[in-house]
Design a protein around this ligand. Structure first.
Ligand SMILES: Cc1ncc(C[n+]2csc(CCOP(=O)(O)OP(=O)(O)O)c2C)c(N)n1
Ligand SMILES: [Mg+2]
Length: 320
């Protein structure tokens, strides 16, 4: 797919939307307005944006506990997501699920998930269903470096490989699983090396470069769509915040944190857009203002929405 100005500015808007959504979540959580846990995606925006740049609503994604970026990049509605974080009845799960249970099947979002590694077999199932029904839909499974140590990853990967499922595994290697640095929780440097064990391609890309992510993902998605089976993309990136809001992240080396903050994917992309004459600073500022107004409106909508009632605890418990 050609990288038109429209597409590039679309990436910019998506990255800014994730950044603004998460930055507001920091403030709202500190202000005690969000019940429950939030695991933020700040710093990792280029991964979801670049990958979802080759997907349409007919394609599926599975997400994680750190899911806001994936959901927003796949078209998740900002106001319904924010209301869910607020625990309001207008949210995606009517305020009963919170950040880690947001799903929108119509948009191909099969759900965030609080169980590490649970998305992998779900993604294999979705990809199997698409193959069985002879559609050309592709499933993307987002997961972390920590989740690549789980049995679910290896089982799902092997099945996807032997059945040539239309599935792309996207490992967001943000170098940590909670407080455990990747150097300590696995013996390989590149998670992408694990693909060789299943006889499928694996690549590592700079996860803070939206174009690099887009290009690698576009190739893997096309391969899956054509019926050539799964692949693994490892995106090296960095989680800016603690594991969850409230975790001070004292286990991180401050020098490493500082070095990664300098690789912020958004200013890097802005510079590229301006240098290559895809946009002027004024155009970028206009997009930024639009995104910020949209997030502010989502917060107002959430604050004005009603809480669920005690009786609501008894509904949506069983499938009809
Ligand atoms: C099956 C399971 N084991 C343990 C946990 C606790 N837990 C939550 S997040 C996490 C680390 C996940 O690390 P990674 O996959 O790298 O994702 P990241 O948080 O870095 O995005 C763990 C162990 C869990 N939620 N589910
Ligand atoms: Mg991680």
């Amino acid at each position: 797919m050609e990288l038109t100005k429209e597409k590039l500015l679309g990436f910019y808007e998506t990255m800014l939307t994730i950044r603004a959504f998460e930055s507001k979540a920091v403030e709202l959580f500190a202000d005690n307005q969000l019940p429950g846990f939030v695991h933020l995606y700040l710093g990792e925006e280029a991964v979801a944006t670049g990958v979802c740049g080759s997907l349409t609503t007919k394609d599926y994604i599975t997400s994680t506990h750190r899911g806001h970026g994936h959901l927003l990049a796949k078209g998740g509605k900002v106001d319904l997501m924010m209301a869910e974080l607020f625990g309001k009845s207008t949210g995606y799960c009517k305020g009963k699920g919170g950040s880690m249970h947001i799903a929108d099947v119509e948009l191909g979002i099969l759900g965030a998930n609080g169980i590490v590694g649970a998305g992998q077999p779900i993604a294999a199932g979705a990809a199997f269903a698409c193959k069985y029904k002879n559609t050309d839909a592709v499933t993307v499974c987002f997961f972390g470096d920590g989740a690549s140590n789980r049995g679910t990853f290896h089982e799902a990967f092997n099945m996807a490989a032997i059945w040539k499922l239309p599935l792309v595994f996207v490992c967001e290697n943000n170098m940590y699983g909670i407080s455990n640095c990747q150097r300590e929780h696995m013996r390989v440097t590149d998670v992408s090396d694990r693909a060789a064990a299943y006889g499928v391609p694996g690549v590592t890309v700079d996860g803070n470069d939206v174009i690099a992510v887009y290009e690698a993902a576009a190739e893997a998605i096309e391969r899956a769509r054509k019926g050539d089976g799964p692949s693994l993309i490892e995106c090296k990136t960095w989680r800016w915040r603690g594991h969850f809001e409230g975790d001070p992240g004292a286990y991180k080396d401050p020098a490493e944190q500082e070095a990664w903050l300098k690789k912020d994917p958004i200013p890097r992309f802005e510079q590229k857009l301006v240098e290559l004459n895809y946009a002027t600073q004024a155009e970028l500022a206009e997009i930024k203002a639009k995104v910020e107004a949209q997030i502010d409106a989502a917060i107002r909508f959430s604050q004005q929405s009603p809480d669920p009632t005690p009786e609501d605890a008894l509904t949506d418990v069983y499938a009809e």
